[in-house]
Design a protein around this ligand. Structure first.
Ligand code: GLV
Length: 335
């Protein structure tokens, strides 16, 4: 904690890629916690009165007890998601929250499709097979997988990343269905459907679960979506189905998923996020019918640079008590 005592405009809990740090340093004084902060250290830093704005990561948990005591004006989250922050508590304490929407849509949809293809075509198993020196020539039955063309992709959610995934799946000749707000539903107007009118089917959550060959999760994590995919949903899926999760780990009951993958309730899973990140549910890593990535949905050089720029711009506006360009709770400014 010694390094965090100096009063600065910005407390950066993990250094940002370029140009993030440069923008912050040009705008004010910066404290960087090079090795991240424990929750206790984060609480101490936020309540010390030494920092105006926290530039935060998804692993920094801003719960109501912290926010009620915090003496900061803003939290600029280096992510599009903000499930690590109690937004109602931030707003009632006049703490503005910002995120980085828009820039990581295509990169994350790419990872959803990559996972779908990698599980379907057993890419990781096949790579390991070659590297282990087991490839002795073409064989008619070697590493047979599943098709994607002609199959149905079910999208849980119909936001930016789901739509970018739909665009890609249609190009692969897949049938695309979606449920916009599972486990419930909501109206989707022709205007919202836009380019997808006549190309994708809006179905109920039970129908999506029962009919998808690939079920891909694209909803925010909240009280309604925690364990959206539980044992009952996994049992309602086709035994040949493959689950893809690039959204948030706790949307899937990971222990139930391990059981379902083990006993053939479903055929496979491609995951970029985990219920208790960075820990994996017991048994998950041993399953050959999974492809497991370390939360890299937005991990391209240009995307992370643009996220860093937006994150810094949000933080700079917050330090000046101005509306940030990408606010989550603009109403907090009026308090
Ligand atoms: C990553 O998971 C993000 O929310 O940006």
């Amino acid at each position: 904690m010694g390094g965090l005592v100096t009063a600065t405009d910005f407390l950066v809990t993990t250094p940002l890629p370029d140009p993030g740090m440069r923008l912050l340093e040009a705008a004010g004084t910066v404290t960087v916690a090079e090795n991240g902060l424990s929750h206790g250290e984060l609480v101490d830093a936020c309540t010390s009165g030494n920092h105006r704005v926290v530039v935060a990561q998804l692993r920094d948990e801003f719960d109501a007890p912290l926010l009620n005591r915090a003496r900061i004006t803003g939290i600029s989250n280096f992510a599009v998601g903000y499930n690590n922050i109690d937004i109602a508590a931030a707003t009632s304490n006049a703490i503005v929250v910002g995120n980085t929407p828009g820039v990581l849509t295509d990169a994350t949809a790419d990872i959803a499709v990559l996972l779908m293809l990698a599980v379907a075509r057993r890419c990781v198993e096949a790579d390991a097979f070659v590297r282990a020196g087991k490839f002795h020539g073409w064989q008619p039955q070697l590493l047979l997988g599943h098709d994607v063309s002609g199959k149905t992709l079910g999208l849980a959610g119909f936001g930016r990343i789901a739509r970018a995934t739909a665009r890609r799946a249609l190009a692969f000749g897949m049938t695309v269905a979606f449920c916009p707000r599972p486990p419930g539903d909501r109206e989707v107007s022709e205007a919202e459907l836009g380019e997808f009118a006549g190309k994708v089917r809006h179905v109920s959550w039970p129908e999506l679960v029962a009919t998808s060959d690939y079920l891909s999760v694209h909803v925010p994590l909240n009280a309604q979506t925690r364990h959206l995919v539980d044992a009952a949903v996994l049992h309602a899926m086709k035994p040949s189905a493959i689950l893809i999760n690039t959204a948030r780990g706790p949307i899937v009951d990971e222990r139930a998923l391990v059981a379902a993958l083990r006993d053939g309730t479903i055929a496979g899973a491609g995951l970029d996020v985990y219920e208790n990140e960075p820990r994996l549910a017991p048994g998950l890593a041993e399953l050959p019918n999974t492809v497991l990535l370390p939360h890299v949905g937005s991990a391209t050089v240009p995307v992370r640079a643009e996220m860093a720029r937006r994150c810094a711009e949000n933080a700079i506006a917050m330090a000046r008590r101005e509306l940030p360009p990408y606010p989550v709770n603009p109403e907090a400014l009026a308090r």
